[in-house]
Design a protein around this ligand. Structure first.
Ligand code: SAM
Length: 216
């Protein structure tokens, strides 16, 4: 077993399972995906620490626990079509691709879009379709989605995303101010999103038409 694998095993045991994540498929996927490959060399040694880390374009790869929690809340069984807003490093996308049928992911920074796309190709992941643009508008051409996950902090839940979620589908999204949000888990019932607050969290802002409109 390599040092990376040992560190990953410790991360899953202490930070993920140890804090209550129980979905065996999520735990297995987190054991499998090499998180250190999604950060620059400078941060690789910290890749399995209990912390978000800087990535390019002033963005972050989220804390492993938050990634595990959001993924568990999506309740994936392997058959779902997932829309992810905020590809970032691509780590969460790779996890979702292990757990769902297909993942459509949107990133607004070209560098992150290109880097993550290359990483997926090099890792041989074939069920991710990457897009560059404003994810607050969703991705009309492939709707409806069984699951939608937003990995940046939103001021509101975009009506485009509610529209594009399938009946009975689940959305996970941090909603609040630019500096602090509540993690919302929503289920679509008719035209409504029935919402439940999960916990407080801190994400970089979601920038776009139904997000924040500047880069502060
Ligand atoms: N889950 C990611 C990971 O594992 O690396 C972390 C994503 S990071 C916390 C949030 C990402 O959302 C950033 O890369 C940011 O550029 C992106 N973002 C912000 N607003 C966006 C928008 N309207 N559309 C698409 N991406 C957006």
């Amino acid at each position: 077993m390599s040092d990376w694998e040992r560190n990953r095993e410790r991360m899953v045991k202490e930070q993920i399972e140890g804090r209550g994540i129980q979905d065996a498929r999520v735990l297995q996927a987190m054991l499998k995906i090499p998180r250190h490959q999604f950060v620059s060399e400078k941060y690789q040694k910290q890749a399995y620490d209990d912390t978000p880390l800087p990535i390019e374009c002033g963005q972050t790869i989220s804390q492993p626990y938050m990634v595990g929690l959001m993924t568990e809340k999506l309740a994936l069984t392997g058959t779902e079509k997932v829309l992810e807003i905020g590809t970032g490093s691509g780590y969460q996308t790779a996890l979702l691709a292990t757990l769902a049928r297909v993942v459509y992911t949107i990133e607004r920074h070209e560098t992150l879009y290109l880097n993550s796309k290359l990483l997926f190709k090099n890792m041989g992941i074939q069920n991710i379709l990457s897009f560059l643009g404003d994810g607050t508008k969703g991705l009309l051409q492939y709707q409806p989605y069984d699951r939608i996950i937003v990995t940046a902090g939103a001021p509101i839940i975009s009506p485009y995303l509610i529209d594009q979620l399938a009946e009975g589908g689940i959305m996970v999204i941090p909603v609040g101010s630019a500096t602090h949000q509540e993690l919302i888990v929503g289920t679509k019932l008719g035209q409504e999103l029935k919402q439940k607050k999960t916990c407080g969290c801190v994400f970089v802002p979601l920038i776009g038409e139904s997000g924040w409109n500047n880069e502060n």
